[in-house]
Write a protein that binds this ligand. Structure first.
Ligand SMILES: NC(=O)c1ccc[n+]([C@@H]2O[C@H](COP(=O)([O-])OP(=O)(O)OC[C@H]3O[C@@H](n4cnc5c(N)ncnc54)[C@H](OP(=O)(O)O)[C@@H]3O)[C@@H](O)[C@H]2O)c1
Length: 354
């Protein structure tokens, strides 16, 4: 019988946060990862079962998914891990959720919609800060303005990121992306700039390849999508440097060197005190040529939020609340999913002319 939740990559910074939250909620997931010792240590401390397997060959992954109804995949960069885990879920009839924010992974998983439907399996990407709140806000804006043709989303730059996030950003953040007339376009990072008010007055913001340029299109069908990050102080300078050096940063030897540096120097992630004291604002705007609507979200700190939303969706999936095929957070669980998370609130501005 398949009735268990398996958290893969549980010994990583974010996987461990999710495992600890699961323990505090009285859940009993199986913890898994390729580092058997680290996974066993964590599972032992929480009283959970554990399994050790890597993703390099299909047979051990199939064995690792025995009895598993839902996989919450937390091992990234997902460019190296998502494909084998999704394929294993399709082979074994387990629902798949991940916490990726990588546009290529959203697109690759969207392309598996047909096989996922045929297998009766849900493949849901973006069950973290990137992209659950922005995706829910996009769906809410679409609900407010059903004929919207343009969507812009904006968020604060995170004050701290985990080692795994740094490694993922090294792979993805030298190129920008937006959605134009329904197609993904690649452009320099920070190619678009505008002033936005994410909830504490106007700030300068630049465009980034946040996952919504893929996922919000699947959630809303809005053909033009841009995502901005506010760039106070030195943040803009970092993006400016990435933009100027983009062709150098993409070279494999440079990528390898940066990954090694991140592995040695980046901190595992924010401390508990930093997470407890943190909060985030998110802004979204949709327009249809005649009207513009704006809404905002106020959220807990990003890694705590990731743990909360990932476990919320995994729990729903475990209770049988699933939609087979490729799903985004809002296509599976609706625009108001984010309001089910403690500490999340939404506000709407009145409609105004475009
Ligand atoms: N969507 C969001 O908002 C959000 C939030 C948080 C994190 N993330 C993403 O989640 C990922 C993990 O972040 P983190 O902070 O937890 O990183 P981390 O602390 O470095 O942990 C990474 C985890 O992934 C595993 N892993 C990495 N490569 C693997 C591979 N090829 N095969 C099997 N396992 C592999 C690691 O296993 P080993 O210990 O054996 O290396 C470890 O368990 C990153 O991609 C990050 O960007 C997204």
């Amino acid at each position: 019988m398949r009735d268990r939740l398996l958290i893969y990559g549980a010994n990583g910074y974010t996987g461990e946060l999710i495992a600890r939250l699961a323990a505090s909620k009285g859940l009993s997931p199986i913890l898994a990862g390729r580092d058997g010792e680290a996974v066993a240590r964590l599972a032992g401390s929480l009283g959970f079962a554990h399994r050790a397997f890597s993703l390099t060959d299909p047979a051990p992954v199939d064995a690792g998914l025995e009895g598993v109804a839902v996989v919450l995949h937390c091992a990234g960069p997902f460019s190296r891990t998502a494909g084998p885990m999704v394929e294993a879920c399709l082979r074994n009839g387990a629902h798949y959720l991940d916490i990726t924010g990588e546009v290529d992974i959203f697109e690759a998983n969207a392309a598996r919609d047909g096989p996922a439907r045929a297998a009766g399996v849900m493949v849901l990407s973006g069950a973290g800060l990137d992209v659950t709140p922005t995706d829910c806000l996009a769906a809410h804006l679409k609900r407010r303005l059903p004929g919207a043709t343009h969507l812009a989303l904006g968020l604060d730059a995170a004050p701290w990121v985990s080692r795994g996030t740094v490694k993922t950003l090294i792979e993805t953040f030298h190129l920008g992306m937006a959605r134009q007339d329904g197609r993904l376009v690649i452009e320099p990072i920070g190619h678009r700039t505008r002033t936005i008010d994410i909830g504490r007055g106007p700030v300068r913001a630049i465009s980034v390849p946040w996952g919504d340029v893929s996922s919000a299109y699947h959630s809303t069908g809005i053909p033009n999508i841009e995502v901005y990050v506010a760039t106070p102080g030195g943040v803009g300078a970092v993006f400016g440097l990435a933009r100027r050096l983009s062709s150098v940063l993409a070279r494999p030897p440079v990528q390898r060197a940066l990954q090694a540096i991140a592995g040695r120097l980046a901190r595992p992630g924010p401390t508990e005190a930093q997470r407890r004291g943190g909060s985030m604002l998110i802004w979204g705007e949709a327009r249809d040529g005649a009207r513009t609507v704006t809404s905002r979200l106020r959220l807990p700190e990003g890694y705590n939020l990731t743990a909360l939303v990932a476990l919320e969706m995994a729990g729903r999936a475990l209770r049988g609340d699933v939609k087979p095929g490729y799903q985004t957070p809002s296509s599976a669980y609706g625009a108001d999913l984010i309001l089910a998370i403690p500490g999340c609130t939404r506000s709407d501005e009145g409609e105004r002319p475009a």
